[in-house]
Design a protein around this ligand. Structure first.
Ligand SMILES: Nc1nc2c(ncn2[C@@H]2O[C@H](COP(=O)(O)OP(=O)(O)OP(=O)(O)O)[C@@H](O)[C@H]2O)c(=O)[nH]1
Ligand SMILES: [Mg+2]
Length: 170
C-alpha cells in the first residue's frame, strides 16, 4: 500500500479540474473563481489556487493536486510540486496554440522535482482534436516520450491514465 502525490497541470482550460472531479472518491476541494480577464469568453470560472481529490486504485492511493492554468497564478506551481511523486501535463488537443505552453510546463515541473511525468492529450472526443503524434511532436522533449489520449469526462479513460502514472512512479 503506497500513497503517491500526483500533480495535474497543463495550460488554461485543458481539463485539469474536470479530470480530478471525474475520478475522485471524495468531494473535490475546489478553488474556482469568476474569470475577470479576457479569458472569460471561454468559460465562467478558473482555478486560482488548487484542486484536491483522492482515488485508490488497487493497493495504491493517489492524492491528486490540480494546478491553476492561468499564468498569473503560477506562484502556486512550485508550492504544489513540493514532494510530488509524478506529474501529468494535460493538453487540450483542440487548442493547438496552447501546445508550446504545455511543453514549457513539462520543462518547468521537471526542474522542480526530478520525477516521472506523463503528457496527456485531452478532449480527444471533440471535433478538431489534434492527432496524438502531433501533440507529441509539439509538447514532448524527445520522440519516444509517452503521450496518452484522454477524455477527462470519462472515468475509464482517466483511470487508464492514472494506472500508467502509477506504473511510471513505481
Ligand atoms: N468535450 C470535453 N470537454 C472537456 C474535457 N475535459 C474538460 N472539458 C471541459 O473543458 C472545460 C474546461 O475544463 P476545466 O476542468 O475547468 O479546465 P482546467 O484545466 O481546470 O481550467 P483552469 O483551471 O481554468 O486552467 C470545461 O467546460 C470542461 O467540462 C474532455 O475531455 N472533453
Ligand atoms: Mg481548473
Amino acid at each position: 500500500m503506497a500513497v503517491y502525490k500526483i500533480i495535474v497541470t497543463g495550460p488554461f482550460n485543458s481539463g485539469k479540474t474536470e479530470f480530478i472531479k471525474t475520478i475522485s472518491e471524495i468531494p473535490v476541494i475546489l478553488t474556482e473563481k469568476n474569470i475577470t480577464t479576457e479569458d472569460r469568453g471561454i468559460k465562467a470560472e478558473t482555478t486560482v489556487a488548487m484542486d484536491f481529490g483522492r482515488i485508490t486504485i488497487g493497493d495504491d492511493t493517489l492524492h491528486l493536486f490540480g494546478t491553476p492554468g492561468q499564468t498569473r497564478f503560477s506562484f502556486m506551481w512550485e508550492i504544489l510540486a513540493k514532494e510530488m511523486h509524478g506529474f501529468i501535463v494535460l493538453v487540450d488537443a483542440t487548442d493547438r496554440p496552447s501546445f508550446p505552453e504545455a511543453a514549457e510546463l513539462v520543462k518547468q515541473f521537471s526542474s522542480f522535482v526530478d520525477v516521472p511525468h506523463l503528457i496527456v492529450s485531452n478532449k480527444t472526443d471533440l471535433e478538431g482534436a489534434a492527432m496524438l503524434d502531433q501533440v507529441r511532436s509539439e509538447t514532448a522533449s524527445h520522440e519516444d516520450e509517452e503521450v496518452m489520449a484522454c477524455v477527462a469526462t470519462e472515468k475509464d479513460k482517466v483511470i487508464a491514465v492514472l494506472e500508467k502514472m502509477i506504473e511510471l512512479v513505481k
